[in-house]
Write a protein that binds this ligand. Structure first.
Ligand SMILES: *Cc1c(COP(=O)(O)O)cnc(C)c1O
Length: 387
């Protein structure tokens, strides 16, 4: 079987069959878990010490590179480790242009860690084409976006941002966590780096942490491999093994996440007093056409503003039974989250409200349960708070 033919296989097939090395001697269908910190020198795989490589890392890297249509992928201990790896390549005086609705922990890393090392960050609303055109004037080294953004689900035009970044001589980083590799492939749209918190949809079972950076550039690939070992950002072999098991069902899971989330979004829009319901594949989404052009589904996150007081918003989340209130997203189980007090608590209040994260905003990570049960759960929670 030629490599070219393997690359043309469907994403469902590649999720299951790519990255199965190191099982040849035994015939194991699923590669074993290599719980070892070190390797005898001179081994055929060229392994030395697990901080700088392990068969479970390599297998997962091969699978994720295939899904993102990358030539290189480098796995990390978490999404935040992957972000750290990329930002650690900058030097004092370098500038990052970041989308203003950037993930809370990314914002904290920029502001509270890398600022001390002289890395500057300018935040722009990149749904505004004038701001896209102005990227060049800022002379950034990196342009940093997420699409859809957390928690407002703004859609950023990846191809247009890649062109703007490249015109400025910068590399474009796309945090692809909210869409996932099954729904959106940033490298195909011109991004230089696609990063994922594999903790979320890639693993999908809320039982491991991980991150990955995917690229088609050997130079970036080498920088990521260096950061993995030099900064000690490597994952554990067990987490890689779990994530590799999770990814095999990702295509099926994503299809159900999309179906359920659309139904929940339509329910919230039609049958509640929400002043705003955001879901990329709802016709009312301000960038519905762009979402449909760069994503093959809306993914599993729905954000809504019920214009309730802070107390009533908290009460609503409390009354939900299936949607447990917890940080994180992208698992098989449904979760609810109150960004102002949870994921975005590290963003100052004024800035939070300025970018649209009100105290009454609620984010739902819609799981793959029976959809009628999810809608019933929402209905009873609204009834019980008298909303
Ligand atoms: C969760 C998340 C991260 C961080 O990932 P961890 O695995 O929790 O470190 C980064 N970006 C986005 C968009 C996320 O949702």
């Amino acid at each position: 079987m030629s490599e070219k033919h393997k690359e043309r296989r469907g994403i469902e097939t590649r999720a299951i069959h790519a990255g199965l090395g190191y099982a040849e001697q035994t015939g194991a269908i699923i590669p074993p878990l290599f719980l070892t910190s070190t390797f005898e020198s001179g081994n055929p795989g060229g392994f030395d010490y697990t901080r700088s490589g392990n068969p479970n890392f390599r297998n997962l890297e091969e699978t994720l590179a295939s899904l993102e249509t990358a030539s290189r992928a480098c796995v990390f201990a978490s999404g935040v480790s992957a972000i750290t790896a990329i930002v650690s390549t900058l030097t004092s005086g370098d500038l990052v242009v970041a989308e203003e609705n950037v993930y809370g922990c990314t914002f904290r890393l920029f502001e509270e860690v890398f600022k001390k090392f002289g890395v500057e960050v300018t935040y722009l609303d990149l749904t505004n084409v004038e701001n896209l055109a102005a990227i060049e004037n800022h002379k950034p080294t990196l342009v940093w976006i997420e699409s859809p953004t957390n928690p407002l689900l703004k859609i950023i035009d990846i191809a247009a941002t890649a062109s703007a970044a490249h015109a400025a001589g910068a590399s474009l980083v796309v945090d692809n966590t909210f869409a996932s590799s099954c729904i959106q492939r940033p490298l195909e749209l011109g991004a230089d780096l696609s990063l994922l918190s594999t903790t979320k949809y890639t693993n999908g079972h809320s039982d491991a942490l991980g991150g990955v950076v995917c690229t088609r550039s050997d130079e970036w690939g080498d920088k990521m491999t260096f950061a993995q070992k030099a900064l000690g950002l490597q994952p554990s072999p067990l987490d890689c093994w779990l994530i590799q098991r999770g990814v095999k069902t990702q295509a099926l899971r994503m299809a159900r996440h999309c179906e359920n989330a659309l139904a929940v979004a339509e329910f919230l829009e039609k049958e509640t007093l929400a002043s705003m319901v955001r879901y990329p594949f709802l016709k009312s989404h301000p960038q519905y056409d762009l979402a449909c052009s760069q994503m093959s589904g809306g993914s599993g996150i729905v954000t809504a503003d019920f214009e309730l007081s802070l107390d009533k918003t908290v009460a609503l989340l409390d009354r939900l039974d299936l949607f447990k209130c917890a940080e994180s997203l992208g698992g098989i189980e449904s979760l609810s989250c109150h960004p102002a007090s949870m994921t975005h608590a590290s963003v100052p209040g004024d800035l939070r409200r300025e970018v649209g994260i009100t105290d009454s905003l609620v984010r739902f990570s819609v799981g793959i349960e029976t959809v009628d049960d999810l809608i019933d759960d929402l209905r009873q929670a609204f009834a019980s708070i008298g909303g």
